[in-house]
Design a protein around this ligand. Structure first.
Ligand code: KG4
Ligand code: ZN
Length: 330
């Protein structure tokens, strides 16, 4: 079995996964959304302090599995430096005390593996990764060969939901809140322009759309519930349209066999519906993670670690360091 730890942002999570049968034997996550909600976003130092309390609590519950462990896996990149350190310190302590090797895991790669929890690995696969920190289109050939086909020039998809929710005073995380309000709103009420729609650039940009929303909010104060719902619905429509437009451009002359959507924002049902249509047009088979594995969790890190284990991706204790801004898939 492998014990995996995730603490890259505001979720403290530990999982135990069977190496041979890929079974998820134990999985617990403590989210800090409530604590950060009052600030409209994640406060790194607060997150680190909460991890320091939550991780040992979860670890204690997984103690029965300690004798069966063959390795400890931990997210070491990318993420918030002060929170990554919490998980990595715990992994090192466990590694030393239980005499186990350590597998450092890239968080973004972990999200890809959220599609394969308790399943076989499926490569090659094309991936849309939409999280709070990233918006990327990837061509994944194998564990070590991941090509970035497009990425964001500024804000990420999920981040733009968080920022719009903050401007509307809705709380954090913004994604689920915007989606909830959008259900009641008219998506055509605001005619926001789709970012980079006339640009040949194969990239994403969300800061301009965020500013369009800011101006709309300033013009329509005070905000009643209907206005908030209309803004949310219109913003969600255009943010998603931007993703789909660029997907169509990128895959205009490229075949897709398997297409997966991962990351916290992949829970968005409006996005899921539009991606389903896109995959139908491209005759691609669509893979979506279970809703419970879209946001950060240790189950996806543990599943990724099974492949890392079989590939022998162990790292010497002294060499394990954190890489907060890593954009590479190591
Ligand atoms: O993958 P994740 O849990 O953390 C990162 O690795 O960043 O993603 C969190 C992000 C947040 O920005 C959150 O607002 C967004 O995912 N999100 C959503 C939805 N649920 C979560 N965005 C849009 N619609 C949702 N339903
Ligand atoms: Zn994530």
């Amino acid at each position: 079995m492998i014990l995996s730890i995730e603490s890259s942002c505001d979720d403290s999570s530990i999982a135990i996964t069977g190496i041979k049968d890929k079974k998820l034997l134990f999985h617990k996550k403590i989210s800090q959304e409530l604590e950060h909600s009052v600030y409209g976003g994640v406060v790194p130092e607060l997150a680190a302090r909460l991890h320091a309390v939550a991780l040992p609590k979860i670890l204690e519950e997984s103690r029965n599995y300690f004798d069966s462990l063959k390795a400890v896996a931990v997210t070491n990149e990318p993420g918030l430096s002060v929170t990554l350190v919490e998980g990595v310190s715990m992994a090192k302590a466990l590694g030393i005390s239980l005499k186990l090797p350590i597998l450092p895991i890239n968080h973004l790669k972990g999200h890809i593996y959220s599609l394969f929890i308790e399943k076989e690995t499926l490569f090659p696969i094309d991936i849309l990764l939409v999280s709070g920190g990233h918006t990327q289109i990837l061509h994944v050939k194998n564990y070590d060969d991941i090509e970035i086909l497009a990425t964001t020039m500024d804000d990420s998809f999920g981040e733009s939901f968080d920022k719009v929710a903050k401007m509307l005073g809705l709380g954090y995380p913004g994604g689920p809140l915007i989606e909830k309000y959008a259900k009641e709103g008219d998506e055509k009420a605001y005619n926001f322009t789709v970012p980079l729609s006339n640009s040949p650039k194969l990239a994403f940009s969300y800061s301009g759309l965020k500013n369009q929303v800011r101006l709309a909010i300033e013009k329509t104060k005070p905000l009643d519930n209907t206005t908030v719902s209309n803004i949310c619905a219109s913003f969600q429509r255009v943010a998603t349209q931007h993703l789909i437009q660029k997907l169509k451009k990128i895959y205009k002359n490229r075949e897709i066999m398997h297409f997966g959507v991962v990351g916290g924002a992949s829970a968005n049902l409006h996005l899921r519906e539009k991606i389903e249509n896109f995959c139908k047009e491209k005759s691609a088979k669509l893979y979506l993670a279970d809703l419970k594995y879209c946001s950060d969790n240790a189950a996806m890190i543990g599943r990724c670690a099974i492949d890392a284990y079989s590939l022998g991706k162990f790292e010497n204790f002294k060499n394990i360091s954190i890489h907060p801004k890593s954009k590479m898939y190591k």
